[in-house]
Design a protein around this ligand. Structure first.
Ligand SMILES: [Ca+2]
Ligand SMILES: [Ca+2]
Length: 98
């Protein structure tokens, strides 16, 4: 992924009975650089953090306290799709204030 490019993604998930959810609404994300909620700890807040968050959730990865604090955007001690939604909103809202 490259700074300044626009990417599209949609999210789906499986529950414990292996039922696949509907795909989320397609999200349009323009890659740019920010420094909060930096899930993949690369110094930038952008779509790669959204992708990392999706990867964490889909694979049910065990997170360190630091990773959990970065990935739990909503501060409810759980990493789930609500954190993805919040992260996307943060990215988009920062774009809109530039
Ligand atoms: Ca990042
Ligand atoms: Ca959360």
């Amino acid at each position: 992924m490259t700074n300044g490019n626009t990417y599209y993604l949609a999210v789906t998930a499986f529950d414990i009975t292996d039922t696949q959810s509907e795909y989320s609404n397609e999200l349009q994300v323009i890659v740019t650089s920010f420094e909060t909620s930096d899930v993949n700890q690369d110094g930038n807040l952008n779509v790669t953090d959204v992708v990392q968050l999706v990867w964490i959730i889909l694979n049910d990865l065990q997170l360190s306290d630091l990773e959990l604090s970065l990935a739990d955007i909503t501060n409810d001690s759980e990493v789930n799709i609500s954190d993805i939604v919040e992260l996307v909103y943060i990215i988009l809202s920062q774009l809109n204030t530039e």
